[in-house]
Design a binder for this molecule. Structure first.
Ligand SMILES: NC(=O)c1ccc[n+]([C@@H]2O[C@H](COP(=O)([O-])OP(=O)(O)OC[C@H]3O[C@@H](n4cnc5c(N)ncnc54)[C@H](OP(=O)(O)O)[C@@H]3O)[C@@H](O)[C@H]2O)c1
Length: 253
């Protein structure tokens, strides 16, 4: 039986790459959520996103810098005014940064910068949206994006068990360590929020051609989006606290 529909989704980091692809995929999906909150830190510079929001009336373009406390507070208020008592069904913590840093190159400063954007920010954004996720959860049953869900955009590079198999990631110490910590956030939230009916997973979107993924990546963003959306659609209690890839395969922590 088909899942009930996800009414509202908020995505961070939608100016380009996977975030932009998710907004495009969700807006064009049938059925599409009633509200797709596409957030980015510089809306005035996000030309493609602006175009999309003119094309689809369910896209709400909002400013959000995930490392700014005041920006987070402001966006939560804006979303609350729109969703009201229905709350927010799905939060996709997508925004992220990377920098090449091998063991020889890594510095404390890079470690902290990447940790702030790829780990701390996800927890702070999630914490700020919890009241709205809880509101949505109270109105639904079961578990999944139709009710209330937090999707943390992680990476294969975060897998501790696959370190030997993925030596190329040895050049990105700060990124992979921050994503491994993000995976721990997923596990904690999944355990903590289960009784509220809020699901949380880590998702590896695939190695994709974006500014971050580079042009050696085997897939374009638009090739992975249908898979990602179908994984999100099928999430249920069984998947709570799991680490999945864009095809729904379980990855080892
Ligand atoms: N591409 C891949 O192969 C791959 C693989 C595994 C995981 N991922 C993960 O997927 C997510 C998206 O990656 P991507 O490939 O789409 O990267 P990308 O093309 O570099 O895009 C990153 C996005 O994050 C935004 N961002 C960065 N810092 C931000 C901040 N402080 N506040 C708000 N937004 C911020 C950027 O906004 P600006 O335009 O303002 O900079 C941009 O929209 C990341 O979490 C990444 O780690 C990607």
């Amino acid at each position: 039986m088909a899942q009930p529909r996800c009414r509202s989704v908020l995505i961070t980091g939608c100016s380009r790459g996977i975030g932009l692809g998710l907004v495009r995929g969700l807006a064009a999906a049938s059925p599409s959520p009633d509200l797709v909150f596409a957030t980015c830190r510089y809306p005035e510079k996000a030309q493609e996103l602006q175009q999309l929001s003119k094309q689809y009336s369910n896209i709400k373009l909002l400013q959000l810098d995930v490392v700014s406390e005041s920006s987070i507070k402001k966006v939560v208020k804006e979303v609350e005014e729109i969703v009201g008592d229905k709350g927010l069904n799905c939060l996709i913590n997508n925004a992220g940064i990377n920098v090449l840093a091998s063991l020889e190159e890594v510095t404390a400063e890079t470690m902290l910068t990447i940790y702030e954007t790829n780990t701390v920010a996800q927890l702070m954004v999630t914490k700020a949206f919890l009241p709205l996720l809880r509101k949505a959860a109270q109105l639904g049953t079961g578990m999944g994006c139709h009710r209330a869900a937090i999707i943390n955009m992680s990476s294969l590079a975060a897998s501790m068990q696959l370190v030997q198999a993925n030596e190329m990631f040895l050049k990105v110490y700060p990124y992979r360590i921050a994503k491994t910590a993000l995976n721990m956030i997923t596990r904690c939230l999944a355990a903590d929020l289960k009784s509220d009916g809020i699901l949380c997973i880590s998702l590896h979107p695939g190695w994709l051609q974006t500014d971050m993924g580079g042009n050696m990546a085997p897939m374009q963003v638009q090739e992975a989006i249908p898979g990602i959306l179908s994984v999100l659609d099928r999430l249920g209690e069984k998947e709570n606290g799991s680490f999945l890839d864009w095809q729904g395969e379980t990855l080892p922590w």
